[in-house]
Design a binder for this molecule. Structure first.
Ligand SMILES: [Zn+2]
Ligand SMILES: [Zn+2]
Length: 279
């Protein structure tokens, strides 16, 4: 499976306008950025989450079409770019129609509790897009089969103060298995289907000395590095990529290289925008 981490940013893209913290400063100096968290699976043209910057992310990766869109949860940093459906799936003035005409339909999937939370907030938008014929929105009632890729959802209630459900997606193709759980993953669900996956892409969470101290003091609602290592010991993924990385973690690039070296036995690396991975 070939995938691209389109956006590796946290709930606030970095560098953040108006922020002069060391992380934002370093990124300005190097000309890099971390846009909203999202993943693209090339086989099946499958997108996971649509942050505000998704149009730029797709353009940067030269992706032409989205056939399937899966949402992990309703939070704005994963959903407010859903209008990408209009941007990519319509024609407007091309044939002098001067109204939006569907040229492609993206199937939109999410597990039941996420669907309910999404529709209570964004229902009219998805109804509009479904009526236009540019999306087909539905709740997952089991694994979704797309070509030779199977996508299953582990949905769980998070410790986030909004009492949100979030999703860990299990993506399998032949012998290969990926777990994608980028945000609000505490308490991390226990599920034997995670066992021995080739790759786990997880939220960075509360990483770095200051955040780790806060996580130890609890109660908290973001995952800590200790918990990530416990997940690694329990499920033995072949590789871990940490994503959803904001400036609140205060990790400069050298800090990240040090963490990668420290936990090399877990084959753990930090994501960056446009990172492509073959599994
Ligand atoms: Zn900053
Ligand atoms: Zn998030």
């Amino acid at each position: 499976m070939k995938l691209t981490i389109l956006g590796s940013g946290g709930f606030r893209r970095t560098p953040r306008p108006g922020c002069h913290c060391p992380v934002c400063h370093e990124m300005r100096q190097s000309g890099t950025q971390r846009l909203g968290s999202s993943l693209f699976l090339h086989g099946g043209r499958i997108l996971f989450d649509a942050p505000e910057e998704i149009a730029s992310e797709l353009e940067n990766a030269r992706i032409d079409r989205i056939d399937h869109l899966f949402f992990t949860h309703w939070h704005p940093d994963h959903t407010l770019g859903a209008r990408i459906l209009e941007i990519m799936n319509t024609q407007w003035s091309e044939k002098l129609e001067w109204r939006m005409v569907a040229v492609h339909k993206t199937m939109v999937h999410m597990p039941g509790p996420v669907y309910d939370e999404m529709m209570s907030r964004f229902g009219p938008f998805f109804e509009f897009w479904d009526v236009l014929g540019i999306s087909g929105t539905g709740r997952m009632d089991g694994p979704v089969q797309i070509g030779n890729v199977t996508i299953d959802a582990v949905v769980f209630e998070t410790m986030h103060r909004t009492m949100t459900h979030s999703t860990a997606y299990i993506i399998t193709s032949g012998e290969k298995k990926i777990v994608y759980a980028p945000c609000d993953i505490t308490p991390f669900p226990r599920d034997e289907r995670f066992m021995d996956c080739d790759l786990m892409i997880l939220q960075t969470g509360w990483c770095g000395p200051e955040m780790a101290e806060r996580a130890r003091n609890g109660p908290h609602y973001e995952i800590s590095m200790d918990e990530i290592l416990n997940i690694a010991r329990e499920y033995r993924p072949g590789r871990i990529i940490l994503t959803h990385l904001g400036d609140e973690a205060k990790l400069l690039s050298n800090d990240m290289r040090e963490i990668e070296a420290k936990y090399s036995e877990f084959n753990l690396t930090f994501a960056h925008d446009g990172m492509s991975v073959d599994v």
